[in-house]
Write a protein that binds this ligand. Sequence first.
Ligand SMILES: Nc1ncnc2c1ncn2[C@@H]1O[C@H](COP(=O)(O)OP(=O)(O)OP(=O)(O)O)[C@@H](O)[C@H]1O
Ligand SMILES: [Mg+2]
Length: 279
Amino acid sequence: MRTAAQAAPPTALTIAGSDSAGGAGLQADLRTFFACGVHGMSAVTMLTVQNTVAVSDVIAIPPAFVAAQIATVAGDIGVGAAKTGVLSNRGIIEAVAQACDEAGIGRSHGTPFVVDPVAASRHGEQLLDEAALDALRDELFPRATLVTPNLDEVRLLTGIDVERRDQLPEAARAVHAFGAQWTLIKSGHLTHDSQCVDLLYDGTSFVELPGPRYETEDTHGAGDTMASAITAALAKGSPLVEAVRFGKEFVSHAVRDAYPLGAGVGPVSQLWRVGERQP
Ligand SMILES: Nc1ncnc2c1ncn2[C@@H]1O[C@H](COP(=O)(O)OP(=O)(O)OP(=O)(O)O)[C@@H](O)[C@H]1O
Ligand SMILES: [Mg+2]
């Protein structure tokens, strides 16, 4: 018989791809959930063969298998909040939308749903084809509590090329028109700006999220870490603006503590919140 010594922590689900080098993707998401005191679960969408230098191969998981992972953990354990990472293709996006509806995940169901619309590689190359971009805009954004595009994704989704901080409101309005409850535009890619000021929008008013800009190339996993920290805070019951402020603070510390790894781009570190690095 089970003896309940401890209550279970809040739970969160990441619907994302595996990064074999461990810097981003579901590995970063699960580490962030852990560092935030949340039990993490995963529905894997894609496997990658990658190191810190390059992605050399990928396999997309069959859509029905992705949906089954969502349904099986939601049915047994329950999902406090969910987030998406890379979704690979139209079939997976449609399967995720349906599985989330059935699991009660999404703005009109009650379980907070953060859609990180991963669509561009680190170098700005398009990762999703046009059919998948359409499915993101039409199927997933209207179900999202929050969407969190970076500036390459803003360009792919809206055609707006943001080069200065004062263009962020225009970008937020254009992305918001696809139907998410809240839109967060991330400004990490404005590399000539002395700060990293992200912009949150609910269709009526803007909330600026200022933060320092650290001089480092090692920012792999920054976006995933931020969306996961927001998701963890939502799973713990934080109101949205508070959760996004927490995510911004979490990722700023993670970029500050980024470390070199391999011969290429190193990851941001969630260890700052766990503490002691020595054994
Ligand atoms: N050099 C930096 N110093 C401090 N904060 C940063 C830096 N680069 C990015 N950030 C912050 O990290 C978060 C992620 O932003 P970014 O625009 O890099 O997302 P992303 O491109 O989706 O990340 P990823 O490359 O991991 O997918 C934002 O809050 C951004 O302001
Ligand atoms: Mg990203």
